[in-house]
Design a protein around this ligand. Structure first.
Ligand code: PHE
Length: 378
């Protein structure tokens, strides 16, 4: 019997999502196991607390305006995830190296922007969409292949900007900046902020908001004025709009002092018991840090090798015991063969690991790397 779950009214079975021998599919069980957990819908979880706090900001400043969605299914079409938001056909985010494909036409959304067009077509003009998003990536304390985003979207019609003396695009850009500066202040207090020009396929102009926090400029979100084509394609000719997308983990790590992104997934009471609904920014008190264990692995790579593929093998075997994967040496010999040496840091957040279990994990990593990645262990 295949595991069956339901998200936002959509039934999903394991065999629909994970098909090891299908070359159009690259979703491992470790990713399937995260679908439906919806950390952002837990009231006493840092991500749920942060989501609520952002909701409060919008509710207080724009009573009754924004519709909120936090239960839209993460399984979406390539059209929704990419085409509808004008992502070019040769954009890296479309590759199998960056995105989880269920088949050639279906992906696990890599951003909440995947829902913009659908919601516009349903008639929504002001909305916040929170959800789990999926990206193939490296392994370290701030990257995890599943994380959470909130998308904001606001449409303007000519009556909104006519009296202002500026055109619709400038009006949307001004309103966007004002709204998001207010949000950053609501979350972080009186911090220094700056706007940096950016590029996104779905907005023009595009910006990133950075805040000066604990001695560093930190990117808080990406945003911009929605491309006209998206509005026209979805029944909003004559309108302008703004959109933003922010990563909840990144903000929560700073606001709650959470040092490692894996902690969000922990069910250890020493983590979960520290947070409660309505309490933004209560500082996390780390429980004792257990010792790390380092293991190196060296192999000759082939053309098809990518670091994301390697990291996924490690995560598939070690799960959240894999703290970091880093390339520590690389060279090419006279015959043109390239060797990589990776150091894997194993560490549990919750207990000490034994040599025996680490050796066993590392042994499985070596076997699977050789069998699956077309490399030669040295
Ligand atoms: N979707 C973008 C990302 O994931 C963020 C974004 C959303 C940028 C909306 C602009 C407008 O990086």
């Amino acid at each position: 019997m295949s595991t069956l779950l339901e998200v936002g009214g959509v039934k999903i079975s394991r065999d629909d999502v994970v098909r090891e021998n299908d070359p159009t599919n690259n979703v491992p069980d470790s990713i399937f196991s995260k679908i439906g957990l919806q950390l952002h819908r837990r009231d006493n979880h840092p991500l749920g607390i942060l989501k609520q706090e952002i909701y409060s900001y919008f509710d207080n400043n724009f009573p009754g305006l924004f519709n909120k969605f936090d239960n839209l299914c993460p399984v979406v079409s390539v059209k929704m995830n990419f085409d509808d938001v004008l992502v070019p056909h040769d954009h890296v985010s479309r590759t199998y190296n960056d995105t989880y494909y269920i088949n050639a036409e279906t992906v696990l959304r890599c951003h909440t922007s995947a829902h913009q067009a659908e919601l516009l077509r349903e008639g929504h003009s002001y909305f916040l969409v929170t959800g789990d998003v999926y990206r193939r990536d490296s392994v370290d304390s701030t990257h995890y292949p599943v994380f959470h985003q909130m998308e904001g979207f606001r449409v303007f019609t000519p009556v909104d900007w006519e009296a202002s003396g500026v055109d619709g695009t400038s009006y949307a850009a001004m309103d966007l900046k004002k709204t998001l500066e207010g949000l950053a202040q609501h979350l972080f207090g009186n911090v220094e902020m700056r706007w940096v020009d950016a590029y996104f396929p779905f907005t023009d102009p595009s910006f990133e908001l950075e805040i000066y926090f604990q001695g560093n400029w930190m990117e808080v979100l990406g945003c911009g004025v929605t491309e006209q084509k998206i509005l026209i394609n979805n029944g909003r000719t004559g309108s302008t709009a703004w959109a933003f997308g922010l990563g909840l983990e990144r903000l929560a790590m700073v606001l709650f002092d959470i040092p490692d992104i894996r902690l969000f997934w922990s069910s250890d009471l020493r983590f979960t018991s520290q947070f409660s609904s309505g309490q933004l920014g209560v500082k996390f008190k780390p429980f004792s840090k257990f010792p790390p264990c380092y293991k190196d692995i060296s192999f000759w790579i082939s053309e098809s090798f990518t670091e994301n593929n390697f990291c996924e093998v490690v995560r598939g075997i070690a799960g959240d015991l894999a703290e970091q994967v880093s390339l520590i040496d690389s060279f090419t010999n006279k015959k043109g063969m390239t060797s990589h040496c990776y150091r894997i840091t194993y560490r549990s957040m919750e207990r000490s690991l034994t040599d025996e279990e680490i050796n066993q994990l590392q042994g499985r990593v070596r076997d699977e790397v050789e069998n699956k990645l077309n490399v030669t262990i040295r």
